[in-house]
Design a protein. Structure first.
Length: 230
């Protein structure tokens, strides 16, 4: 983790965060809402400002805040749901990056009470999927603590009729898992239209995890979407 005063390293992280959010926007996972963050230090995180244009994001749209949401550096305020990020970082010292979005396919599942099923290999990396039993915004500490408790030690969670959160040791990991989560939900949703989707067995999920949970493959997924950014 870079020192918060290490400007070059911080600028590189800001650019990664910008790329992450723009890729999520281009993939219809983030819309005019949605946010991602990177932990810089125990009490400092980078996050996009609430009012920014996600599709045209630049490093000028990234601010540094403390865990109370006070702006330490940057032009603009964090999103109201910064509490979600602070809550996860408080509960999980292993987490260095968080993505939160309101993606439609996975949210269709929680709107209708369908369990998230591992129906394709990459999607099985975030199964089993905990679900927060509330559609309310994570805009206060109580909701943030509830969300962090729901997430537990998992890498992803969904919030009923609201959205999804993914976390990682890096922003690459949090981005890639958000992508896998939503793609799996899309496939499950579509399969439900014509029949009963096949859900991977625990043994098949374990095999996928062993094969697919590697830095190299996560980087390849990131690079695939990064190359499509204008
Ligand atoms: Zn939200």
């Amino acid at each position: 983790m870079p020192d918060a005063t290490d400007t070059k390293a911080v600028m590189d992280l800001k650019q990664q965060l910008v790329d992450c959010i723009r890729m999520l926007e281009q993939s219809d996972i983030i819309d005019y809402n949605g946010h991602a963050s990177i932990r810089l230090a125990p009490d400092r995180l980078l996050i996009n400002i609430g009012t920014c244009q996600r599709s045209r994001l630049t490093v000028a749209d990234i601010c540094t805040i403390d865990m109370e949401g006070n702006v330490v550096e940057g032009n603009g305020k964090p999103p109201l749901e910064f509490h979600l990020h602070a809550g996860v970082y408080r509960a999980r010292s292993d987490v260095k990056a968080v993505v939160h979005a309101h993606p439609k396919w996975s949210t269709f599942l929680t709107m209708t009470g369908h369990d998230y099923l591992p129906v394709y290999a990459q999607g099985s990396l975030v199964w089993p999927m905990p679900v927060l039993d509330s559609p309310n915004s994570i805009n206060n500490r109580e909701m943030a603590d509830r969300l962090a408790a729901t997430l537990g030690d998992r890498s992803a969670a969904m919030m009923k009729a609201h959205g999804a959160v993914t976390v990682g040791k890096t922003i690459v990991e949090a981005f890639v898992l958000a992508n896998y989560l939503e793609e799996n939900a899309y496939r499950q949703y579509m399969a439900l239209q014509i029949g009963k989707p096949y859900a991977f067995t625990e043994k098949e999920v374990a095999a996928c995890r062993e094969k697919l949970w590697t830095e190299t493959l996560f980087k390849r997924t990131w690079d695939h979407f990064r190359a499509k950014l204008a």
